[in-house]
Design a protein around this ligand. Structure first.
Ligand code: 8YV
Length: 318
């Protein structure tokens, strides 16, 4: 008899979290499994918790099979891998890690913005390829200072991006489900108008049903041929085919992307473009933040199974 609750692990987590997880639980690690569906099925009656990330989640049908399931602990902030309504109907708890990654994700947004405007990766390759030594100069790039930053989604991450952009002397406006009256930035309810105003459109929103391709071709057209798109939210928020078509025709200045419609097998057309900077969904991927996310996502499980309410619940309880 094993008194430790069984936890299905669908996400690789950093060592400090893994050690705690193994101490408190009977861990079934299926992150690397060649047949995760079969593994979920064979633990459907016994697993009382799952730990999931942005890469691998559970379908509602899988959740439905899991009769002992009590809690889904998400290693991350984006809830799009979990069907919240379905989980709520099932009476499941969903915990997530909203605060610990904010600064790093915001830094990545700013880093991609700067890399796109100043063409840092292209400059790096220029030097390494020996073009500078051969007497050439790379083309001039663009300033951040004085540029207009439009932020789609002024949540924790969007706000942290805004405070960083202020330090660069950028003008800031945003669109959001509702205005943030507590913040000094200009609210623009209309995404097209925001894009038309912006030099850089920064996608920092979470993805929820109905938000697919919110940044569509007409929004990209409004951003214009001097405009830059940065995405640290979710790939599905942008019409990626429209984005690629506009980048191919130089109808945008550039794009800095950490997230994609299909990860990790991204659209090959992106690999051929010189005006795009690609990052492998790395915004939260620092040692510091991944340690914190791992520990926090495990802590939520420990809290739940010791009869406490987890600190960060996606569906708050009274
Ligand atoms: C992680 C993320 O890469 O928090 C999110 O929503 O997408 C990222 O922080 C992911 O959750 C890793 O599991």
């Amino acid at each position: 008899y094993d008194p430790k609750p069984e936890i299905l692990l669908l996400q690789r987590i950093a060592d400090p979290g893994m050690e705690r997880l193994e101490k408190h639980f009977n861990v079934v690690d299926i992150w690397d499994s060649p047949a995760p569906e079969r593994d979920v099925q064979s633990h459907a009656e016994t697993a009382r918790g799952v730990l999931v990330g942005a890469q691998k989640g559970l379908t509602p049908a899988q959740v439905e099979q899991m009769h002992s399931l009590e809690i889904i602990s998400l290693h991350g902030v984006g809830l799009d891998r979990v069907d919240i309504d379905h989980a709520r109907r099932r009476g499941l708890r969903i915990a997530y890690t909203p605060d610990v990654l904010t600064a790093d994700v915001a830094d990545m947004g700013v880093g991609l913005m700067m890399s796109t405007l100043r063409r840092l990766p292209q400059g790096h390759h220029f030097v390494k390829a020996g073009h500078w030594a051969d007497g050439n100069q790379p083309p001039l790039t663009r300033s951040l200072t004085g540029k207009r930053l439009g932020i789609l989604g002024l949540g924790r991450i969007g706000h942290a991006i805004a405070t960083r952009a202020e330090a660069f002397g950028m003008e800031i406006a945003y669109t959001n489900r509702s205005p943030r009256k507590d913040l000094p930035y200009r609210y623009e309810p209309n995404l097209h108008r925001l894009a038309a105003w912006s030099d850089v459109l920064m996608v920092a929103a979470a993805s929820s049903p109905g938000m697919q391709a919110l940044v569509d071709d007409s929004v990209l057209a409004a951003l214009g041929s001097e405009g830059v798109l940065v995405n640290v939210g979710r790939g599905v928020l942008v019409d990626e085919n429209a984005l690629i078509a506009r980048l191919e025709r130089d109808e945008l200045l550039g794009a800095g992307l950490d997230v994609f419609a299909n990860e990790p097998r991204i659209n090959n057309a992106l690999l051929l473009l010189d005006n795009v900077i690609l990052s492998a969904h790395q915004a939260s991927a620092t040692v510091e933040t991944r340690n914190a996310m791992a520990v926090q996502s495990v802590e939520h499980l420990i809290q739940h199974f010791s009869g406490a309410q987890p600190d960060h619940l996606a569906t708050p309880e009274n």
